[in-house]
Design a protein around this ligand. Structure first.
Ligand SMILES: [Zn+2]
Length: 374
């Protein structure tokens, strides 16, 4: 079965091509070009709309009233919401919970059998208490070697990302073990200094979890984790561009300081694509009003109600990025954070047939993943 997309304005990290065509065979892009297109079993005339790679979300907790903590059916229901907004490949993020609960969740994710799920992201439990954000204090712990080994065993290879506070005892050793096991290690929910963060990167950490949120900010005498990440070209930096977590002018600073290294993430909780009201994030109660999620009775932000198409629009309109740079931040850059840049993040031969169609106001009008229309 082959499908031809024709008359597209292609836009990916490699730039824009007009009158673009793309031939898909099975779950893979077989060929691309512009002008006269080859024949195919089925043709989709996209009539001059933008065709961009499917979005990759490195950090997400749920949507549509469903949380990833609540088992396979809830994971599927939440991902269905994000897929309608252009996210074709996802990590399933888990908040801090007792070790046994996390192990069960990891085992369940390993057995999902969904090729669009790239694996699990353990956001907790190895977080620094004063920067715990919306993670339950009772479930935070130090990354003891035995606990790290147990989690890796339970994950059966499905653990793709983990957030660690490098200022915790044993953190650097844990980072080395996890990197050796093929896990992308992120620095986050931390009180780490500039120097401690540099040590984490030297130990193999390659990502910064939601930059600026749940970590010391930039001070002129204490540059902190964000400047350490800006300076290290191996490191990719997550940003939650929902207009609430980071000011658009600070987001612009980040894109200028780390070109090609900002990955927009949703950090979405169950209220994304749903209504305001009362929700759970792991074991904690959350209230959502006007799309802003906080731990009930506090001002502590508890995830977002963002989808990646919305983040893309904000990157263009609020931050003033070029459409190319904005698309890169939801496609190739997050794929690179997982070492998947040879298969995901571009509309090119040999890449996964994941594509999003967008109208001239950057609204999603069609989504395909692994060659199938969603
Ligand atoms: Zn977080």
């Amino acid at each position: 079965m082959s499908t031809l997309f024709e008359h597209a304005r292609k836009l990916d990290a490699y730039g824009e091509v007009d009158d673009f065509w793309m031939l898909v065979e099975g779950d893979t892009i077989a060929a691309t070009g512009h002008g006269t297109a080859p024949a195919a079993d089925e043709t989709v005339d996209v009539d001059g709309q933008w065709l961009v790679p499917g979005f990759v979300d490195l950090h997400c907790h749920g949507a549509g009233g469903f949380s990833f903590e609540d088992g396979p059916a809830s994971i599927a229901a939440a991902l269905a919401v994000h897929r309608q907004h252009g996210t074709t490949r996802s990590l399933v993020s888990l908040v801090a919970n007792p070790l046994g609960v996390l192990k069960d969740s990891l085992s369940a994710i390993a057995e999902l059998g969904d090729p669009l799920v790239l694996g699990a992201h353990l956001e907790g439990p190895f977080l620094e208490e004063t920067h715990r954000g919306a993670h339950n204090r009772d479930y935070l712990r130090e990354p003891l070697p035995s606990d790290v080994a147990e989690l890796l065993r339970a994950a059966h290879g499905s653990l793709r990302q983990i957030t660690i506070a490098p200022d915790l005892p044993n953190a650097l050793e844990a980072i080395e073990v996890l990197v050796e096991a093929g896990v992308t290690v992120a620095v986050g929910h931390t009180n780490a200094t500039f120097e401690q963060t540099q040590l984490a990167f030297a130990s193999g950490a390659r990502l910064l979890t939601h930059a600026f949120n749940a970590m010391p900010g930039i001070h002129h005498r204490a540059p902190g984790p964000v400047v350490a990440a800006f300076e290290d070209k191996r490191v990719i930096i997550e940003l939650i561009l929902d207009g609430l977590h980071v000011h658009p002018d600070v987001a612009r600073l980040a894109f200028t300081a780390a070109p090609g290294r900002i990955a927009l993430v949703t950090d979405a909780m169950a209220a994304a694509g749903s209504t305001d009201g009362d929700y759970q994030l792991g074991s904690l109660a959350v209230t959502v009003a006007n799309g802003r999620a906080v731990l009930r009775g506090t001002q502590t932000i508890a995830g977002s109600t963002l989808t990646l198409d919305h983040a893309l629009r904000r990157a263009i309109t609020d931050v003033g990025l070029s459409p190319r740079d904005a698309v890169e931040a939801v496609t190739l850059t997050p794929a690179r954070a997982l070492g998947l840049e040879h298969r995901h993040g571009l509309l090119a031969e040999g890449f996964a047939a994941d594509a999003v169609l967008l109208d001239h106001a950057w609204a999603v009008t069609g989504v395909w993943a692994a060659g199938e229309k969603l």
